[in-house]
Design a protein around this ligand. Structure first.
Ligand code: SF4
Length: 388
């Protein structure tokens, strides 16, 4: 493949690792395996887009997550995928030089560059609660995001306001889309964003010149299209009604379901269970902590305290209930069979009129057997109605 050698040298990756990286990205994007070569080609040959990274009211966790990502060598490949012109945490220029880097991109590549935003944007009192280089975050967001080809809001604060916007929200913090409604915003919520999702999004843009399909919260479906609860490795325990009741109890040690400890997985949509964090080693629920729906809007307020149980989640212990029902049905059926056999035995004995015996007795057992069978069947049907 033309240029692949140069790329792998620049990225300090072996050819095998580079192609592994392309395969992981293709899998994350749920693309067919044939697209691996297309992705590799795009990374090697396409012009890197200009990117500016802005930080507002945040804890820098998204930057930290990006810099600590090592599988598959994200920081190497990412720096080769895009041309980061401005990033307050990692850039070498400072002061006026740093500001020049930003204004150059905005003025010279208007409508072409990508803006990545981390952190919420305070809007109370004209936005004075977050200022960078003498300008409020709100002013900078309007200027930089308003002129970008697209804006990628990384983390829940930039996407929906996050913790900064939780009640009572004294700075009136909001996400990028609320602060700059005209901007073309793609949300990558999470606390922090998973760097593999950011990388996959950028690779998709580089490969196809467009962004992948989004949901109604402007989140890419490849990363936010499936419910955490449906892909969780603890799900069999939820179905079986096996729940952790106290931190460190036997169920906790055995990896049982964290629903009763406040897990919000049944109401959260993200690919944490499949892509995981830290080289795919683990994710919060796998390590024994409940999901607190960090990727959902207003999760701090709307989904209640972190350790309080979600009400009305259907299906908990369904499998155990099904087993009980099965047992009941089997018991009922067995009882019915036994009754049948007993009745048949009685019938066989009684239906043969003894010499000189009136046939009316046979009729009695017949009617009697019919009512017992009906009773058994009624019980079984009643159970079925209660536990459909
Ligand atoms: S409630 Fe949480 S721990 Fe239990 S199966 Fe669902 S996502 Fe997993």
């Amino acid at each position: 493949m033309k240029g692949l050698k140069d790329c792998t040298l620049n990225c300090q990756l072996s050819r095998r690792t580079f192609l592994q990286f392309c395969s992981v990205i293709a899998a994350t994007l749920a693309l067919p395996s044939g697209s691996v070569s297309k992705i590799a080609e795009a990374i090697v040959n396409k012009q890197k887009p200009y990117v500016v990274w802005l930080e507002f009211s945040d804890c820098a966790a998204d930057t930290e997550a990006l810099l600590r990502a090592t599988n598959p060598a994200v920081e190497n490949v990412l720096l080769d995928l895009i041309s980061i012109e401005y990033h307050e945490t990692i850039m070498s220029p400072s002061g006026a030089g740093a500001e020049k880097s930003l204004t150059d991109v905005v003025n010279q590549h208007r409508g072409e560059y990508l803006a990545i935003v981390e952190g919420a944007i305070p809007t109370a009192n004209a936005g004075v609660y977050c200022c960078v280089s003498g300008k409020t975050a709100l002013e900078r967001a309007r200027e930089v995001c308003g002129n970008a080809r697209a804006v990628i809001a990384v983390g829940s604060c930039a996407s929906f306001g996050g913790l900064a916007a939780a009640v009572p929200n004294p700075t009136a913090a909001v996400g990028v889309k609320t602060a700059v409604p005209q901007a073309n915003v793609i949300n990558l919520p999470g606390c922090p964003v998973n760097p593999i999702n950011l990388t996959a999004l950028l690779v998709h843009y580089l490969t196809f010149g467009s962004f992948p399909a989004l949901d109604n919260l402007s989140r890419p479906l490849f990363a936010y299209g499936k419910r955490i609860h449906d892909n969780c490795e603890r799900r069999p325990h939820f179905d079986a009604g096996q729940f952790v009741k106290h931190w460190g109890d036997e169920g906790h040690r055995l990896g049982w379901c964290l629903y009763e400890m406040g897990c919000k997985g049944p109401q959260s949509y993200m690919n944490c269970p499949t892509v995981r964090f830290n080289q795919g080693v683990s994710w919060p629920v796998m390590s024994g902590h409940p999901c607190f729906a960090c990727a959902m809007p207003d999760s701090w307020d709307a989904l209640g305290p972190i350790y309080s149980r979600l009400p009305n989640v259907k299906g908990a212990g369904l499998e155990a209930a099904a087993d009980t029902l099965g047992l009941t049905l089997v018991t009922g059926a067995a009882a019915g069979a036994v009754t049948h056999a007993a009745i048949r035995l009685l019938k066989s004995k009684r239906e043969k009129p003894r010499h000189g015996e009136p046939t009316v007795e046979t009729d009695y057992y017949k009617s009697s057997s019919t009512s017992i069978e009906k009773k058994v069947h009624r019980r079984i049907h009643k159970k079925r109605e209660i536990n459909p």
